[in-house]
Design a protein around this ligand. Sequence first.
Ligand SMILES: Cc1ncc(COP(=O)(O)O)c(C=O)c1O
Length: 385
Amino acid sequence: MIDRSDALALDAADPLARWRDEFVIPDPDLIYLDGNSLGRTPKRTVEALHRVIDEWSGDLITSWWEHDWLHLALTVGDELAPLLGAGPGEVAVHESTTVGIFQQVNVALDLVPGRRVIAIDDADFPTDRYAVEGIARLRGGEIRHGLDDLAGVDVVLRSLVDYRTAEVADLVGETARASDAGATTVWDLSHAAGVLELNLPDAGVELAVGCTYKFLNGGPGAPAFVYVSRSIQHEVTQPIWGWFAQSDQFAMERPFDPRSGIGRMLNGTPPVLGLTAAREGIRVTVEAGITAVAAKARLITGFCIDLADEFGLATDTPRDPARRGGHVAVRHPDARHLHEALVDHNVVVDYRDPDVLRFGLSPLTTSFADVFDAMSALARLVDRA
Ligand SMILES: Cc1ncc(COP(=O)(O)O)c(C=O)c1O
């Protein structure tokens, strides 16, 4: 029988507990379990945004050079890189995840002349599915639905962490399986970045993309990241040609000649305010240490699953800690109404059609007591229903 004192004991032993104070938490009674969709606001982000607004106001256009705004997409990428096991010059932070997917799938198709078949799971996140349909339409490509049989497939787009169940795919094994079939995999790391320990080069990953506004606490609409392995950068042609990717950006009249390195993935003027917020969120996770963050994710999701079992709630989130991300999916036929009822109890989780409640347990901002209180509230509501 788990009781609240167990949660308090886990909080007392939590080496990351102090990081919660690094975040703006105006209502301490609100149990926010949606940091897997939109992470909380780091206090340092508020200061950093004020600072950049002062730069903008005072130094105006010279800020592009004086405050190095010009290179922000790449310097923020270099700060994010260690969270992916990547090196400097392998990550750029810019645009939305959807645009990043569009770029990366096109890059993968263009790596080998004649490529046109893209495989994706029908249960993958909608933007991923829509993006590949749009690409197939533009290029006269073909979509293969499902990933079991990769014969004849050129490019695979897939999420590392299932957005519904939190199941983690086998990064090494599945990258190799696709490669053996002659395909390049583009990994969507949106639900993995900032919560799982990753080493993309060791896993043989060449192309990846992901959000910074979820576990990385980068802020609403924070720009996404694209990773291109150094080993293939010289072969990469991306589809959105813009002046930030030009080898001599201010030469102006020259024909397009892409920069060497990750800079060739850039498009137009970077979103400086969004990048500033993304950078602070990334720094918080880097400083807290991804090994500790990932360890707490395994522990706190395990605690949530134990509570689901105890309260008789159904979950299809994997029980093997190594195979799950940072959220727990509870299934209930009345999930939509339970989601609303939880809000009345000061508990914010999210709902995914048709029957999933996602408990996002962002390790830096979620306490074990939060999980106990939220699951107890859900259990009471289910009993009453
Ligand atoms: C797997 C996955 N990919 C992409 C996105 C979002 O893409 P964008 O940042 O372009 O809205 C999400 C959002 O939740 C997601 O879960």
